[in-house]
Design a protein around this ligand. Structure first.
Ligand SMILES: N[C@@H](CCC(=O)N[C@@H](CS)C(=O)NCC(=O)O)C(=O)O
Length: 218
């Protein structure tokens, strides 16, 4: 079996370390037991070759032989085709996972990303814009809380939907926005206790520590 290649930034500042989205891909590959290696692309100078694979100049993307896939959700669906541990084979099981993949990315992350940008940028004052964003993420989190209070994983057993949802919630939790949501927090704890997450997270931290030592941050 070919070794797949996960492409990510060769260096990032401290703040996003442990949250760069190559972690989702590493985690899925670990859960599936598929062989891979990680390669860095420049964080500062993003060249045409980068944009040819990821049209927004972002990371991650995955190379599998002749195939190149960008968008973490699309990559996880691609990997799901290669492992029943990530995405079940039966039609009903697959559909359940796929709907939660979209829910994680389109119902939750579309609320959490603008909210976290305001958080990172310290724009959380008493303004109508911030109140609206905070209310928006608060409502979404409450709905997920109600779901997670009833089940261990989103779609029966653990799947790529849980990699995505728990990773989205992890960032919200980092800023303390899940303090009133015990089911969400217990879900994150369950997900991040999995050996696949622990290895993926440790490897990402080690990757950027090595980049520091190599002087990549400039
Ligand atoms: N929707 C994309 C988002 C990718 C994304 O936001 N990547 C971040 C790193 S985690 C990035 O490349 N940020 C740099 C930038 O946006 O210029 C995905 O899920 O793959």
């Amino acid at each position: 079996m070919n070794e797949m290649i996960v492409k990510t930034f060769d260096w990032v500042p401290d703040l996003p370390r442990g949250h760069v989205r190559d972690l989702r891909v590493r985690w899925a590959l670990e859960e599936a037991g598929l062989p891979y290696r990680v390669e860095g692309v420049p964080f500062r100078e993003r060249d045409a070759g980068h944009f040819a694979h990821q049209p927004f100049g972002q990371v991650p993307w995955l190379i599998d032989g002749e195939v190149s896939v960008f968008e973490s959700g699309a990559i996880l669906l691609y990997l799901g085709e290669r492992s029943d541990a990530l995405l079940p084979n039966d039609a009903q099981g697959r559909n359940e996972v796929i709907q939660w993949v979209f829910a994680a990315l389109n119902s939750m992350e579309m609320a959490s990303v603008p909210w976290s940008i305001f958080m990172f940028s310290n724009l959380t004052g008493d303004t109508p814009g911030w109140k609206m964003l905070d209310g928006f993420i608060g409502a979404r989190v409450q709905h997920v809380e109600a779901v997670l209070a009833q089940r261990e994983w989103l779609a029966g057993r653990f799947s790529i939907a849980d990699i995505l949802m728990s990773d989205v919630l992890r960032l919200v939790d980092r800023f303390g926005r899940l303090s009133g949501q015990p089911a969400c927090r217990a879900y994150i704890a369950r997900a991040t206790a999995r050996p696949g997450f622990i290895k993926a997270h440790a490897d990402q931290i080690a990757f950027y520590a090595a980049a520091d030592r190599a002087g990549k941050g400039g």
